[in-house]
Write a protein that binds this ligand. Structure first.
Ligand code: FE2
Ligand code: FE2
Length: 230
């Protein structure tokens, strides 16, 4: 069994990647430039203008599945909002178009009956994810900003939690069609697309976990605190 590691600011950034390469998309969303050499997490974050404590909170949460409670109570939730907004941009402007292009390239011309449905399912998923992200950008993120500035608001974190669904769920129908019905004599490209889809699903689930298990408790604590002081 792999022992869960807890990274600190002095660890090398290359160690993070070698420990778990599935953390690479998170490094990309912090816009950390490559060419790490033997630089520490602290020095790479400092060079890229990233708050090292936010970086460690996110990376250690993804690795362990548990947020560090001390960081939750000391960090500004707007730093998490910035990270989440960058993640939305990454999915919408890079990841989703990239998978769509690979999917188009993998379609077999002998399947003209089923090909439009496959692209249709994918486009429906992207529409749903886009609406999900826009809702957060128009409601949740401005609310957190207003809360931190002490402005009153009709919105609260309970409203968000009640309607927050799992955006990745809508990829399962597409996966099922491909896995169960998509016979092809040259499957390599479609296998690659499946790997992309599974990775994307996992990535969206982690994104959602950061919202539910990092941002939500941070905001709840601030709401409670403001109630007590009123
Ligand atoms: Fe989000
Ligand atoms: Fe979300």
């Amino acid at each position: 069994m792999k022992i869960t590691r807890k990274f600190t600011a002095d660890d090398s950034i290359v160690d993070v990647i070698e420990y778990d390469y599935t953390l690479l998309p998170f490094l990309s969303r912090f816009s950390l430039p490559l060419g790490f050499g033997n630089k520490s997490i602290a020095s790479v974050c400092e060079g890229a203008g990233v708050d090292v404590n936010v970086f460690l909170l996110i990376i250690n949460f993804i690795v362990s599945g548990h947020p560090d409670n001390d960081s939750l109570s000391t960090l500004n939730p707007l730093t998490i909002v910035d990270f989440l907004k960058n993640s939305h941009d990454y999915f919408l402007s890079y990841k989703f178009p990239h998978i769509r292009q690979n999917l188009l390239n993998a379609l077999d011309l002998s399947h003209e009956d089923i090909n439009p449905a496959i692209i249709g399912f994918y486009d429906d998923f992207v529409d749903k994810a886009t609406r999900h992200f826009r809702y957060e950008e128009r409601n949740l993120f401005p609310y957190v900003k207003a809360l931190m500035e002490g402005h009153p608001s009709k919105y609260n974190i309970k409203i968000f939690c009640r309607q927050h669904d799992e955006v990745a769920d809508s990829l399962s129908e597409l996966k099922n069609i491909i896995l169960n019905f998509y016979t092809t004599s040259v499957p390599n490209k479609m296998y690659d697309v499946l790997v992309d889809i599974y990775n994307c699903e996992e990535d969206l689930d982690s994104h959602s976990d950061i919202e539910n298990h990092i941002l939500v408790p941070m905001v709840e604590a601030i709401e409670l605190n403001q109630c007590d002081t009123q």
